[in-house]
Design a protein around this ligand. Structure first.
Ligand code: LLP
Length: 441
């Protein structure tokens, strides 16, 4: 069965009677007139559809805890929607924790991850009653126990491990291989457990956590990951008589950024995970654990598009034709950071639809600010609207103010209505944290 993460465009995308692209019943040209560009657009139907795919895919496993990795997109409105859809949250900073808290999320359904959480962030997690803290290293075990003792609390934790699985994705987004900055090496788990049993008595461990990488297209890595988890919980039970009945397998499922990408469906992933669990539980003689998954990209990417206005263009003699947009690496740093590829279409009707090869250049003062290299599009002119697909994940959340450009606003569309969910920054926002010391005045 197909799932929404396999779609290149939001599932409500169509060409309307005027020949313009329409998403969530809203003509993108109307959106541009109303809100300006660059504009992040989230299609609520697509977002909810992905959530329902995940729930349906895992419905046959009753010990399932669905979380959303906030790092992919963290706004109060999208958090509220995901909370309504029954998702908990993986947060990795005080900022993400505070955002989901303010969005009304049940903090017991939150897992706090990260390889260098600060004293203040851990204290905030305890104050807000975060459900699980995934402890990454020995330093954090000591720090968290100290904070827990000071607050007279016992904290529910998972141990983050590096399971030693390599997956074939960009090097910067692989996390589960052996020489990783994240988590305890498998050979360090026993020392961590002994410290918890003997010294860190305000920590209550429930299980293990790992994340093996992102934009994953192979399903076998999940099979292998689950087997390692179950093998370890069986070993820990045997050696310490300690029951670990929770495993958090992280996120990672890929999405379709271009026509060539063929990510597996949520249903395929769920089958691999549940089958591997069933096999491993039998092989190692454990009970079925509670499973946490925390996908980010596959939940929000497909629902998001970014609209830009075309400005200048240039033909290099005997070279490329560049067409510039009014955004680029500050609203979407992924092409320059990871050589990520995107698909785009012209949002407004074009009379002449014959295609030519162009390179979409960003507006930032850097040669590497190229959004899409060599894409086939109808002849573009100043004022045309470019609609870039699959920008819901790791675009806004990684946006910067490079060149002191304001971050775009974000709207959500549904049933022909649009609402702002993140305001566009103003010039005054940009200078609001600046101070000129008196002696320089
Ligand atoms: N859990 C943990 C512990 C993670 O570190 C991550 C992502 C996820 C879950 C969610 O993974 P996802 O389902 O989104 O693949 N900025 C990069 C992606 C970095 C992912 C980091 N960790 C990008 O734009 O491709």
């Amino acid at each position: 069965m197909e799932s929404t993460n396999q779609s290149l465009r939001p599932i409500t995308t169509k060409l309307n009677d005027l020949g313009n692209i329409e998403i969530g019943g809203c003509d993108v040209i109307d959106l541009v007139e109303q809100y300006g560009t660059p504009l992040y657009v989230i299609d609520e139907t697509t977002l909810r559809s992905v959530c329902r795919d995940y729930k349906k895919a895992f419905e046959k496993y009753d010990k399932m805890n669905m979380m959303f990795a906030s790092k992919a997109l963290c706004t109060m409105a999208t958090s509220a929607i995901l909370h309504q859809e029954g998702f908990g949250f993986d947060v990795v900073s005080g900022g993400e924790m505070y955002t989901v808290y303010k969005a009304g999320v049940d903090m017991k359904r939150v897992v706090f991850n990260g390889n260098n959480k600060s004293y203040d962030e851990l204290s905030l997690a305890l104050e807000l009653g975060v459900g699980r803290i995934s402890v990454d290293n020995f330093f954090e075990l000591a720090l968290l126990d100290e904070i827990a003792k000071a607050q007279n609390k016992t904290v529910d934790i998972l141990l983050r491990i590096a399971p030693g699985i390599e997956c074939h994705t960009h090097e910067y987004i692989q996390t589960g291989h052996l020489d990783s900055k994240f988590g305890f090496d498998l050979t360090q788990i026993d020392e961590a457990i002994e410290l918890i049993i003997n010294n860190y008595t305000n920590l209550r461990p429930h299980g293990l956590h790992a994340h093996i990488g992102s934009q994953i297209f192979e399903t076998k890595v999940y099979h292998d990951e689950i087997e390692i988890f179950v093998r370890e919980i069986a070993r820990i039970k045997e050696k310490y008589n300690l029951v670990f009945d929770e495993i958090n397998i992280g996120g990672g499922l890929g999405v379709k950024y271009t026509e060539e990408d063929c990510p597996p469906s949520t249903f395929e992933i769920a089958d691999v995970i549940i089958n591997s669990l069933t096999e491993s539980v039998k092989k190692y003689g454990t009970d079925f654990p509670t499973i946490f998954i925390e996908p980010g990209r596959s939940i929000v990417s497909t629902s998001g598009v970014t609209l830009y206005t075309i400005g200048s263009s240039k033909q290099v003699p005997n070279g490329k034709r560049y067409v510039a947009i009014d955004g680029g690496m500050s609203d979407n740093p992924r092409p320059s950071m990871y050589q990520a590829r995107y698909h785009a279409e012209v949002g407004n009707k074009k009379e002449d639809v014959s295609l030519q090869t162009v390179t979409i250049a960003g507006r930032f003062c850097e040669s590497g600010d190229i959004l899409i290299k060599d894409i086939q599009l109808p002849e573009l002119a100043e004022g045309d609207v470019l609609c870039v697909y699959n920008t819901g994940a790791y675009n806004y959340s990684m946006a910067s103010n490079y060149n002191r450009v304001q971050k775009p606003q974000m709207v959500i569309v549904n049933n022909s209505k649009s609402d702002i969910i993140v305001n566009r920054e103003t010039l005054d926002d940009l200078i609001s944290h600046d101070r000129i010391p008196d002696r320089l005045k």
